[in-house]
Write a protein of this length. Sequence first.
Length: 243
Amino acid sequence: MGDICRASLKECGAIGVGQTPLAEDINDAWARLQWMLMQWERKRWLVYHLVTIPKVSTGAISYSVGPGADFDTGTGSMRPGRLASCFIRQLQGSQNSVDYWLEILNSKEDYNRITLKSLVAGPGEAAFLDTDWPDARLYVWPVPQPFVYEIHPTFYMQLQFQFATPSTVFNFPFEYYNAMMMNLAIRLRPKYRMGTYQGDPLPGMAKDSLAVLRGGNTQVTRLRMPNTVRRSGQYNIFSDRPY
């Protein structure tokens, strides 16, 4: 990590060739690199992988999501900021395990419109992630029957963003190193009261490095038409909406 910090200090013009940065400069770059990665993992096209974390239903209305929570995202991680997708798997009553896709509710207002939130049934219809802090809360509706269904929420992968010291060794896909160095250099310039100038190549190279990540990480889901468009809508008295 220290190599990324030193290279960024040179790239932004804070130090020259052959110069050794001060410990204060390294520490400032080290902090800003971690802050930058914290923001990157909230952007789908900067995250190279999605992670599905399964858990057998206990019959609870909601489950905690985060480091050490019901859905454990791992030590040193942050709680996810978005639910990418979710399905539940039937564990009993079938020769094969059957998966049921759930509609993602993107706001608390949509979840609040459900009339009977404590309804226990299967196989499930919707999922909502309440991005509380420090742990998020995952709601699945109707509430899956305990030990009959397994919940499979999918989240953006947690990028490594916590480093004990600037000398910490970390492991990212190769295309991330140049993007980290170039974009950290852009973020360091305001600290040293340095701006861009005519013909400055750094902003363009930083933008191009992010475009490389975007091209490799972008995954576009297939278009799905609402059920009410494909057929005559039917009314669900429990959710107060058509299906």
